[in-house]
Write a new protein. Sequence first.
Length: 984
Amino acid sequence: MHNRATKEYKTIKKSKFFNKRWYLKTYPDVAAAKMDPVQHYLQYGWRESRNPCATFNGDEYLRCNPDVKAADICPLYHYEKFGKKENRPLKLIACVDSCTNVFPKGATNKTFVSGNKIKKNGKVAIFASFFTDGIIPDYVVYYLEKLKAVTDNIIFIADNPVFASEMDKIKPYCTYAVCKRHGEYDFGSYKRGVLYLARKQALDKISSLILCNDSCFGPVGGSFVDMFNIMRTKKCDFWGVLDNQDLSPHVQSYFMCFKSNVLKNKCFYDFFASVKKQKSVEEVIRCYELGTTKYFVEAGFVYKTYVNSADIPLPRLNKTVYPLYLIKKFSFPLVKIKALNRGWSSTAADCPNHLLEFLRKHNKDLYGCIISWYESRVKKIDTKTYLSQKQLLLDSGMWDSKYYKKYNVKSDDLLDFYIQVGWQLGHNPSKFFNNDEYLSLYKHVNMCPLLHFLLSGSSSGYTVQENLYKPSNKKIKEYWQIRDTRKSKRAVYTCITGNYDDLISHYYIDNTYDYICFTDNTDLIAKQRVGIWEIRPLVYNKLNPSLNNRWHKVFPHICLKEYNESIYIDSNINVLSSYIFDAVAAKQKAFLLPQHFGRKCIYSEAAEIKNLKLVNPATVNVLMSKLRKEGFPEGWGLGENNILYRNHKNMVLRRIMNDWWYMLTKFCARDQLSLMYLFWKHRISDIKSHFIINTRQSYKDFRVFRHNSVIKKPNNKKRYLCLFAGYSAKGKMEDYAINYIRHLSKIAEVHYFADCQMKRGELAKISDFVKFAGAERHKMYDFGSWSKLFGRFSYEDLYKYDGIILANDSCYGPIFPLENMFNEMERRNVDFWGCTQNNRVREGTHIQSYFVVLSRDVFTSYAFTDFLKNVKVEKVRSDIVKKYEYRLTGLLSRYGFTYDTYIKPEFLASSDPIDLLNQRCPLLKVKNFTVCGHTMKYSPNTYRLISYLKDNYEYDVNYILRHLDYLDDEYMTRLDFENWKFCR
């Protein structure tokens, strides 16, 4: 226990997320006790929800990683020791957050009463508000102005003090206003408004009472007048703009309207008069947000909504996350302020920048109010932490104030605006950093993404997707003009095989070097010159693409005989500065390479490679045994071999390269597992003097892309991998399944695995359509087959694909072209999707697992890989369904991934197949053609379905008939079979 504590202590002390001064200043009791802050945090602090610095949130880390919480491990220790390697979600806190919780000096309690009386039989609105800065935002004033058009009196209750001048903004619209802290949230404000009406004896004399608050802006899509005209025709006692099915069905409390019969009932006054201060906002939601609807329904009142969530065929239960969809489809009048926050909206189409662009075009007045409110939220912060972070952005080269002016922000300090609020609105800091791309990888980041990149992402191996640094055509032209008039003995070269990467021209070009690309891409070879690159065919092309690439990487003195020195650069790296060329000139070494960004020796690299299943673990073990046997020490150093400078005349280096090729071909093709060993073996003792800065961390000098990283346009064909799970009690490949696999092979690379023993020759039936086919009885059903297939791929292999399809043989089809479904779902731009979903089970809504498509972000995430590798044998099939099918959707959703289904939520896979066909569902479950789900008989229902299919669609019903014969050939009951033999 003592040793473990010592190890934890050292890890925490070294962590960049532990700030000793900050900890002692923030928690003065620790300083007063004269305790070592590291020791206090380890023993007590993290258990008491104390954070180790201003940006690391321990409680949030434990919430996102329940296994860590269950193991009772210090969150920071776990992250540094394990979480960082496992790409665990890390939600950092922006240091500006702590500056928004105190009311400003000068803000005081204010009350305003106009001379207007509460109108008899009139409409009254109670408007609840809360802001910490003592200012009533312009968008609230705009809301009140439009609300006044449909009401006779407005009562304004704010749960905060305000500056005296702010009351003048709302006087034209309000009859009564109170701005005073009460701490009971919106329902406390509603209570005070109701009590005011009761004191005025007006509660039972008005025709209706509206309860609304400042959590929305509007009206946007339609006017309040239009909404009230529509709701006047609906028979109900109270209504709202939208219901929410999350937790329990209820009217959302940001806009509710109660009619006179409810107001006159004593229960109305009793409910709101009983509102009390709760311990947390969660308790407010439980008691009042959910409780209001439940209370009045149990009292016998009926409610309606302007838009019914059941009419919205989108997966999330809280439909406010689809603001633009609501506006365009239903002329929805209100949008939640949260919709302008990153991560709130559920689809890319509803993200803040699209929403703001819609407002700018269709409602400039409201757009101006919202932007001015965001500008007012920017604080002048002079803490050392914030100022140092701000300077970090200024020095990064990725902040461009001229570029940022295109967003028409009027803030005095544009960088402050971007750090605090601009990034949430979809603003990029410059053309060199893409917020959307970064946040798509780090889905749990809840702070300025560029700041997160500089503090964390750049030091943890972050690679970008889109090449934002491109040399001008003028630069490229100048390079070729110089090169064509001189002869150089130095070359920069790269190698691309198997279309593993796209060829990019470096942003920084050294005109004294020749740039050469070796490739097997015939299109590139035919062009001879692409950008700065002279294109040459492969010198060595005898092995697989990966080893052919390695050969050119290892032997520059052979493939570039005419040069004396060279710099090999991986094709997924862009050079942004002269750093590498300056280092070559300054160090005067025979070779240079980048130090690894995270690990310190071959042994730790080997452990990581085995953990990620990049190669066969047995191969790695053999190599590591050899190294240990020869005495190669731990901690000797590790390079990341994505850049290699070499002097071709150095004979020792040539011998090392020959040995390196031997190690790559005879032991393991992972080049980082052998090069350091060979330097040690050849007595290169000062290895650290040969290191240059890591390319991933030196973001000013290099930019590293994901392999095959150029973002594809929506119309470009995506590359899919299909993992197909099969089963046959008789070990036979059925025609319907072969047909299904044949169609899948047109859109994906198919790999097949069956949970059964297949007869000899059966798997050969699908050899033309699949890249791999296997079969064994593992008793883990479809998820076991998917797990086995997934485990065959390394992370490098997986990154070649844009999506993974999980499919099985429980369906007939496709009735309609699968391409139609894929085109539609790619347009919706979600993280994972399926054909149908089931929202009728106690465990919650889930995508039905017979057809699921996962984006690269999902199938490379820790959440999914950990889920799939832990599939186990269960006693009964129902446990498989509960633990895996039901659980997968919820698990991925909790990690921030969005989903949707092709078919509307009200239709299950087990729904009437004719209804599904009318929805153009391409797949029909086999069980739809059975009686009671087991004995396969030609029942009247089966006859109806097959006849309908034959008469209306091109699908060959013989696939179904032969399968039903096969399943039930011993006791098939043929009902009126002779009358419909024509189906065959």
